[in-house]
Design a protein around this ligand. Sequence first.
Ligand code: DAH
Length: 339
Amino acid sequence: MKEKLQQIQTSVEELLKQISDISALENIRVQYLGKKGELTSVLRGMGSLSAEERPQIGALANKVREFLEKSIEEKKISLEKAARANNLKAETIDVTMPGKISPNGKLHPLTQVMNEVKDIFIGMGFSIAQGPDVEYDYYNFEALNIPKHHPARDTQDTFYVNDNIVLRTQTSPVQVRVMEKQKPPIRIISPGRVFRSDAVDATHSPVFHQIEGLVVDKGVTMSDLKGTLETFLKALYGKDARVRLRPHHFPFTEPSAEVDVSCFVCGGEGCRVCKNEGWIEILGAGMVHPKVLANCGIDPEIYSGFAFGLGLERITMGRYDIDDLRLFYENDLRFLQQF
Ligand code: DAH
C-alpha cells in the first residue's frame, strides 16, 4: 500500500509536467482525488490493515493527498497565468493602425440659419410662438385685413383644403393667434413652414419657410421697428450692414415697408449677387394695421405694434451664395456636406 501511494505521487508529478491545459488538469484531479479516484480507493482499502500499520499508512496517505492537492492547485495557477498572458498577447492593440472614420451628421443649412435667427431674436427678448400649418381662412386672410375677393389674395396662390381651411400661405396668422390669447406687451417671432401653389423652379417651391415677428405695446413706433430690424440685420450680416426701408403695401400693416440690406457680397458697390443694385431685399414689415389689432381684441387707441416677415430660404441662399432653391430639398449629400 505504501508503494501504491508513492506510485500515485510520482505518476501525478509526471502527468502534471506533461499537460498544458486546464481541462486536462481537471481530469487528473478527478482521476486521483475524485470520489472514485485512485487515492480514494487506496484509502478505502485501509480497513484491512493491521492496527500498527494503519496510523503509518494513514499519515502517508494524508501527505500524498496534501501533495496532490497542492501541486494541482499550483499547476492551475500557473496555467491560468499563462492563458492570461496569451490572451493579452493575442489582443494587443496596434495603436499605429489607421482608425475608422465615422462621418459626422450635420444640421441642414436652413436649420442652421433658422437657429441663428432665433438666437438673435431671443437675445433681444423675443419668445417663440407656433401656429398650425393647416389654418383657417379667417386667420390666414380675414383677420389680417384680407377679405374674400381682396386682390391681395391673388399674390399668394393658395392651397385650399375647403372653403374655410387653407394650407397657410404665410406665418402672419400666428400674429392673430398670439394677440387673441395674450395681452400686450407682446414680443414674439414665429418660424415655420408655409405653402403656395407655385410651380417648382430655381426660386420657387410650394413649401418654404418664413419667420414672422410681432411687437405690441403702448407707444411702439416705426423707429422701434427700424431699430429692431437694424439690430437684427447687423447681427446676421455684420456690423457694417446698412438697412433701408422702402414704402410698400401689405393689407395688415399701415404704413408698410420693404426692407433692404446693403449687399453683403460687394458692400453696396454693385455686383452679380445684388444685380448691381447694391441692396438686397430681405423682408416685409410695417405698423400693425389698427383693424388687425381690433380684430384680435386689442384697442388700437391704446396700443400700437409693428410686424415683419422674412423668408428663410432667401436669406440662406444669400448667405451661402446658393443660386437654386431646389438644392435645399433634394437632400443630395454632396450639397449638404458643404455646410
Ligand atoms: N406675410 C408677408 C408675406 O408672406 C410677409 C410680411 C410682410 C409679414 C409684412 C409681416 C409684415 O408681418 O408686416 O409676404
